[in-house]
Design a protein around this ligand. Structure first.
Ligand code: 3HC
Ligand code: NAI
Length: 704
């Protein structure tokens, strides 16, 4: 049987239709590149063809190069050559665009001689978000099409634009009214033929001139925003330098830069993040399991989380009933949700009439559980207290219809114990949203011992509908994310006990690429939270466990962080983002001598090594225990919930890139001082010994 070709050529009268059909997103695999090259050759040889329409089957025009080929040896024909062939065609080629025309897809369109798009088409060059720059003429042709400033903006930001903006910028020639790309291309082709137009090549257009002062200003802005990333600045340089050269040299210059970036760890990290996010939704045990239908949801508790979840659910088109303790609390929650949606309207994310409709027709805040009788799914977000949650679930078990999904937003508590209270544990699951829930995309889906498979499937479907990234976790204290956070926070606290200042730690962690260090995060969240957890756990504390007494002292002194104007940092009108407290060093020294600790210095690299080793070690334990099914799921949690720098791919990817033997050796060294905290994960030790990687565990290749 011959292999199905992803590119077909069909002529009708004078018009040749070149169709790409490579689901799901028509990525430019080697077969597509070859198919395109063959089709262009056939166009030249076809005596009856006078013009061609290039279009795609399925949900989108080409969404870019095939990312799964990155990091592997390139296979000819190469995309820039294929695009050069299209552009060189003596017969005009019309690109008919729909869906998401991204990266190499847009570069193919720029190689065509005429571009028409369906309404709703989105376009962009997102290569920098993958640690790359456009490598098939984007840095050369886009500035020639839309001017320097707009091209630099699109290429260095990677942002997508809609068809209207593309028309205004001159990126497309026409916005079709059709809903069918082939028909739109056909109409445009016939118009061009009637007008007797020939090919119009961007490579032959004049390059825009580059004003050096403007570029310098842009450079310094980008240097600040790009932080640890090399691609945006390299893209800027490549555009500017390339435009000063003849087109062919500019293309070669671009290709060199593209291939250089392909070799960087940033590119590997960003591509890993891209696939890890998509892999998280793949659950082998749910194949063939249909999710339960969810249209109406209930939310119990309208505090910080309940409000955010309600706003996110309404925005996703769900009907929401929020239950609070009394009418006053219900009104307060409703007002908060109204403000959140108003904020979305102000930011242009939501239409004002849509907000009115949501609040008027799809939302109610009440003080009675009876209203939940017909809810399809209920999310509990009351205080973090087991008895309070069990009481709520007892009530839900009574009032909700059979088959309704009952979810808890608990951060740490045992979902099994909450599930039992409902009397129908098969319907219960953890849905751990992150704050602010209407903004943060992470959703930990906590599967308890008796959760039914179709309830898990329902949770993943809900995540997708709410535009969240669902990651599956088993039940343990803190699930994946908060358990990891506790580990690296503890490592940081130990360093402070032993001589580091919280400011040194924060600086070293920000230098790794995190937006904030752990003590800045602590001040933001409120220091009372960690204090309360320590109090709760004190009776069962292991004697060898080291307690961050300094943190408790701050809380006892009423220094709760930002909300009291003072925590680790001082927050006031002059320094709303906080400044170090000059009294901190003295207070810490006093405490250390009280505890009999001789302080020592920690270099930034020491701080980073301990912080990361603690994170990776805990991640390996989580993987080994089956709390996370694969290392990449852990990466997604840290990337989307804890500010882990995306271009490092996540802690598990980072660990593999560093070499697990090095990390295991670090842990063994740290354990000499504190063998209780630094217990190496057996999985990490095994993989380190045999030269394996945590990613191997993803695919079950780790047979140990
Ligand atoms: N290469 C390979 N696979 C791709 C892909 C690509 N460019 N884009 C998407 N896919 C795969 C996804 O991995 C996913 O696979 P799965 O079903 O096995 O998990 C499937 O296609 C569907 O993707 P999504 O789940 O993301 O579907 P959405 O409808 O939510 O989004 C999209 C579609 C907007 C196209 C989104 O997938 C996307 O942004 N893709 C990446 C686009 C991109 O970055 N292109 C530039 C590539 S770099 C380049 O072109 C270099 C050039 O300059 C030389
Ligand atoms: P919160 O204190 O802001 O809100 C709790 C709300 O629940 C209050 O408005 C209270 O009136 C209401 N409530 C209490 N008992 C109730 C009952 N029996 N019936 C109806 N309403 C009741 O708390 P927050 O921060 O929203 O947290 C809620 C849950 O979400 C907790 O389990 C917490 O651990 C979890 N969580 C919190 C995050 C955060 O950053 N705040 C992040 C992720 C999860």
């Amino acid at each position: 049987m011959s292999e199905r070709t992803p590119v077909s050529y069909l002529r009708e009268g004078a018009v040749a239709f070149i169709e790409i059909d490579n689901p799901p997103v028509n990525a430019l695999s080697a077969a597509v590149r070859q198919g395109l090259a063959d089709a262009v050759a056939r166009l030249a040889d076809d005596p009856d063809a006078r013009i061609a329409v290039l279009f795609c089957a399925g949900r989108t025009f080409i969404a870019g190069a095939d990312i799964s080929e990155f990091g592997k040896p390139p296979v000819p024909p190469f995309l820039p050559d294929v695009i050069a062939m299209i552009e060189a065609s003596e017969k005009p080629v019309v690109a008919a665009l729909h869906g998401t025309v991204l990266g190499g897809g847009l570069e193919v369109a720029l190689g065509a001689h005429h571009r028409v798009a369906l309404p709703g088409t989105r376009m962009g060059l997102p290569e920098v978000t993958l640690g790359l720059l456009p490598g098939a003429g984007g840095t050369q042709r886009l500035p020639r099409a839309i001017g320097l400033e707009a091209a630099i903006d699109l290429i260095t930001s990677g942002r997508q634009i809609g068809a209207e903006e593309a028309l205004t910028l001159g990126l497309i020639d026409a916005l079709a009214k059709d809903t069918d790309a082939r028909a739109a291309g056909d109409a445009a082709a016939r118009r061009l033929l009637a007008e007797g137009r020939g090919p119009r090549r961007l490579s032959e257009a004049d390059a825009p001139t580059v004003p050096s002062a403007g570029v310098e200003a842009l450079r310094s802005t980008l240097a600040r925003s790009a932080r640890g990333q090399v691609a945006p600045l390299r893209a800027l340089d490549t555009i500017v330098e390339g435009l000063a050269m003849p087109f062919a040299e500019g293309m070669a210059h671009e290709r060199r830069a593209f291939m250089d970036l392909m070799q960087t760890p940033e590119r590997a990290g960003l591509v890993h993040a891209f696939f890890a996010e998509r892999r998280a939704a793949q659950q082998d045990d749910l194949t063939g399991v249909s999710p339960r239908r969810v249209d109406r949801i209930g939310i119990i508790g309208g505090g910080t989380m309940g409000q955010g979840i309600a706003a996110a659910a309404l925005t996703a088109g769900l009907d929401v009933t929020l239950v609070e303790r009394d009418d006053a609390a219900a009104d307060k929650a409703a007002a908060g949700i109204g403000r959140m949606l108003e904020g979305a309207v102000k930011r242009g994310k939501l239409a004002a009439d849509a907000r009115e409709r949501m609040l008027g027709q799809s939302f109610r805040a009440v003080a009675s559980y009876d209203t939940l009788a017909d809810a399809d799914l209920v999310i509990e977000a009351v205080f973090e207290n087991l008895e309070a949650k069990q009481e709520v679930f007892r009530t839900l078990g009574r009032v909700c219809r059979p088959g309704a999904v009952l979810a808890t937003n608990t951060s740490y508590l045992d979902v099994n114990l909450i599930a039992e209270a409902s009397g129908r544990p098969q319907d219960v699951i953890g849905l751990h949203f992150f704050s602010p829930a209407n903004v943060m995309r992470l959703l930990e889906i906590v599967v308890a011992d008796r959760t039914a498979p179709d309830v898990v499937a329902t949770a993943f479907a809900l995540a997708r509908r709410m535009n969240k990234i669902g990651v599956r976790s088993g039940v343990c204290d803190g699930f994946i994310g908060n358990r990891m956070m506790l580990a690296y926070r503890t490592a940081a606290d130990h360093m402070v006990l032993d001589g580091a200042s919280p400011y040194e730690i924060d600086q070293a962690i920000v230098a790794l690429g995190f937006p904030m260090g752990p003590y800045q995060v602590g001040d933001l969240a409120g220091l009372d939270i960690g204090h309360a957890t320590r109090q709760r756990k004190a009776p069962t504390r292991e004697p060898r466990e080291r307690v961050p007494v300094f943190a408790d002292r701050l809380v006892e002194a009423g220094r709760l962080g930002r909300k009291t104007g003072r925590g680790y940092y001082i927050y006031d009108d002059q320094t709303p983002q906080g400044r170090p407290d000059p009294e901190m060093a003295g207070a810490l020294d006093g405490l250390r001598s009280e505890l009999g600790i001789a302080p020592r210095r920690f270099a930034p690299e020491d701080i980073q090594a301990r912080y990361m080793a603690a994170m990776v070690n805990e991640g390996a334990k989580i993987l080994d225990e089956g709390i996370a099914a694969r290392a990449s799921d852990i990466d997604v949690v840290l990337l989307h919930g804890y500010g882990f720098p995306r271009w490092k791919g996540g802690p598990m990817h980072w660990a593999d890139a560093q070499g697990l033997d090095r990390i295991a050796a670090d842990i063994a060294r740290f354990a000499q001082d504190d063998p209780y905290f630094w217990q190496v994960s057996p999985l990490l030790a095994r993989l380190a010994a045999k030269g394996g990687t945590l990613a191997d565990v993803n695919t079950g290749k780790d047979a140990t």
